[in-house]
Design a protein around this ligand. Structure first.
Ligand code: MN
Length: 238
């Protein structure tokens, strides 16, 4: 058995609500423009075109613990650092060609997350027809709160609103049911292109109201409704 030539950081883990267990992150998939109102604000067409996905590096995940204010480092190279609040889905199993019908059975839990974006760099990439990493894959660009087990809690997906405030002022708010591509559809489509596996996260898109933050801003994000709530998250940009 060869030994490692260099020491590397262990895999990122995110907390599990009400449990001493943690969830190890394998891959981070993200869907683009998945709420019609956000597609419009980005100058896109909210009609149901085939969805597109991008990835963030797994070590871009910034775990956010319950009841704490987590420091979110302002990344280098940008003057337009945007918040995108998103529901995050965490898989306990996977496979290829997963059917929509069985898709939810692969989910371990769901959480509140942020797809933090260097919007100016993303815009430059779009203009130059270059890849999106500079915009989307910054260190710490995927804050994620504690996971709530989905088993027995599927009503959360139908009856919750997702929201984000900055310094106490509401910025984003939408029903989760306003997604253009549902969570089962996202899992089914992704699994046609990749073999999904336990440990994978899917950031399921953001509603309208994205905007920039500066150092010192406090972001609070939640998913809540008549069927209950996920653990809310709070971060301070530094
Ligand atoms: Mn996003």
């Amino acid at each position: 058995m060869p030994t490692a030539a260099v020491k590397v950081e262990p895999r990122r883990v995110i907390p599990v609500a009400g449990s001493p267990k943690v969830f190890p992150v394998r891959r981070v998939y993200c869907i683009g423009r998945n709420y019609a109102d956000h597609a419009r604000e980005m100058g896109g067409n909210p009609e149901r075109e085939a969805p597109f996905f991008f990835m963030k590096p797994a070590d871009a995940v910034l775990p956010v613990a319950e009841g704490s204010t987590t420091v979110l480092p302002y990344p280098p190279g940008t003057e337009d650092f945007h918040h995108e609040v998103e529901l995050v889905v965490a898989l306990k199993s996977g496979g290829r060609d997963i059917s929509e019908k069985e898709a939810l059975s692969h989910i371990y839990g769901i959480a509140v997350g942020l797809d933090m974006t260097r919007r100016d760099l993303q815009g430059q990439s779009k203009d130059k027809r270059q890849p999106w990493e500079n915009g989307k894959a910054a260190d710490f660009s995927a804050p994620c709160g504690p996971l709530t087990r989905l088993a027995g809690q599927r009503a959360l997906l139908k009856k919750s609103a997702i929201s984000l405030s900055v310094n106490g002022k509401p910025r984003q708010n939408s029903a989760l049911t306003a997604m253009i591509w549902s969570i089962p559809e996202q899992i089914a489509i992704l699994s046609k292109f990749y073999e999904l596996k336990a440990g994978d996260l899917i950031f399921t898109g953001t509603p309208a109201g994205v905007g920039s933050v500066v150092r010192g801003d406090v972001l609070e994000a939640a998913v809540a409704g008549s069927a209950g709530a996920l653990v809310p998250i709070k971060l301070k940009v530094a």
